[in-house]
Design a protein around this ligand. Structure first.
Ligand code: ATP
Ligand code: MG
Length: 441
């Protein structure tokens, strides 16, 4: 029975009391993406398993261990998306977007599924904001994308995050580097974990990413990819750095970042926060010039990033940012009796249609209990409706903070008077905050 009242391991409910920071963050992310020309794309929650095998890559942890894969009733192998890049790439190929004006820029907010060991900042269902760009091979595109990630993080209030960049070369120079890695790790095989021993043949780059401390210690002395770049890749990397410098986006070159997914070429980057422990990578991305063709599309250079929203919220919390607040109720109408209740509905819905947040009694509470409830909602104004008010057609609109109460007509002129009081209240608050700022100087 406990199964009925307990969410599956690694998932979490986002309850109404905690939704405001999510909504604020999501709004800001989408708005920032729009200013960079990235339009939102929405793709299915599940795809054919083959898509992820191909695009994420057979040798990655994601494909080898973490995917939620099942046969559907039509006997297809289906997988809940572990990330957003593959679905977006599939969609732009399927719908021919790459034949239109390039570059194509898309962004998304979605939930992802990975069968991992749950811990702080690591869930089985988590959320990502991501952006992808198709069609430009220029380092200007890399700079554009990194600038978006950087501004997005800043706009949602993330401080003290460091950008680390690297280039992992292209199909021309990578084989030489992989050979150097094979030789280096091959000579130290017996000290590697079993998974890495397997990676040695298939994809030695992965070993650099292994979280096993023994492997990490050996990897620390491995040959550096930056020493093996071809002229074109070096020039590309320099072009990116020049633009980041020009925009004043600080970064460090970290030759150890290779990223967990198979499809990356040239630029790879991570934004890392120091404040939340081991799961400090809040954003990861890079260029994947071979992927679109690998999936059956036209040869198209591409790049993208994804950030984990749960981790971003952990960082905001660790920074001590006050959590974003939800909407406050503008008016609570407290009726006494049946007739008043009917009239209260009329008034409250009038306000709602005007864009205000209005509330009235649905519980048959006493007046006292209603006022307590209105306080709890943090209502700006309240209004008591009794027989007397219904008879005279006039009530008193009470400011819940100052206690000040002024007459308001219930019929004609109700909305106008309420607008006026809201405006006056906003003005008074603005004036007060200016006074406070002046006093503080
Ligand atoms: P990690 O090294 O932490 O496992 P990753 O390389 O697997 O990360 P990506 O596939 O690049 O991560 O996903 C992009 C971002 O999504 C990560 O930087 C992280 O913020 C977030 N993320 C990845 N896996 C999880 C998870 N299981 N739970 C919560 N967030 C996650
Ligand atoms: Mg991972």
């Amino acid at each position: 029975m406990a199964l009925l009242t307990k969410a599956p391991r690694g998932t979490q409910d986002i309850l109404p009391a905690k939704i405001a920071p999510w909504q604020a963050m999501e709004r800001e992310l989408i708005a920032t993406a729009q200013r960079f020309g990235f339009q939102e794309i929405r793709t299915p929650t599940f795809e054919h398993t083959e898509l992820f095998n191909r695009s994420v890559g057979d040798t990655t942890d994601v494909v080898q261990k973490e995917m939620y894969t099942f046969q559907d009733k039509g006997d297809r192998s289906i997988t809940l998306r572990p990330e957003g890049t593959a679905g977006a790439a599939r969609a732009v190929i399927e719908h021919g977007l790459l034949a239109e004006a390039l570059p194509v820029k898309v962004s998304y907010l979605l939930s992802c599924f990975r069968y991992e060991k749950p811990q702080a900042g690591r869930l089985r269902e988590f959320h990502q904001f991501g952006a992808e760009m198709y069609g430009s091979a220029s380092p200007a595109a890399d700079a554009d994308l990194i600038a978006l990630a950087s501004q997005a993080l800043e706009n949602i209030g993330i401080r003290e995050v460091s950008l680390e960049i690297n280039s992992i070369g292209c199909p021309h120079c990578r084989p030489v580097y992989l050979q150097a890695l094979r030789e280096y790790f091959g000579a130290r095989q017996d000290q590697l974990c079993p998974t890495c021993r397997e990676r040695l043949g298939k994809n030695p780059l992965r070993i650099l990413d292994c979280k096993n401390p023994d492997c990490a210690a050996i990897a620390a002395g491995a040959p550096l990819v930056l020493d093996h770049l071809c002229g074109d890749c070096r020039e590309h990397f320099d072009g990116l750095k020049a633009r980041l410098d020009a925009m004043g986006i600080p970064y460090t070159v970290n030759p150890r970042i290779v990223r967990g997914l198979d499809y990356y070429t040239r630029t790879v980057f991570e934004f890392v926060s120091s404040g939340i422990g081991a799961q400090g990578t809040v954003c990861g991305g890079g260029r994947y010039d071979g992927l679109i063709q690998e999936l059956g599309g036209p040869q198209t250079p591409a790049l993208g990033f994804a950030m984990g929203l749960e981790r971003l919220l952990l960082v905001l919390e660790a920074q001590g940012n006050p959590p974003a607040q939800g909407e406050r109720c503008d008016l609570y109408v407290a009726p006494m009796g049946e007739n008043a209740s009917v009239r209260a509905f009329q008034l409250v819905n009038l306000l709602r249609a005007e864009g205000y947040y209005g509330e009235t009694d649905l519980m048959g509470r006493s007046l006292r209990a209603q006022m307590k409830y209105a306080d709890k909602l943090g209502c700006r104004f309240s209004l008591v409706l009794g027989d007397n008010e219904l008879e005279t057609g006039e009530a008193r609109l009470k400011d819940m903070e100052t206690g000040e109460s002024l007459p308001i007509p219930l019929g004609e002129g109700f909305l106008e008077e309420f607008d006026r009081r809201m405006a006056a209240r906003a003005y008074a608050q603005l004036e007060q905050s200016i006074q406070e700022e002046l006093a503080g100087e």
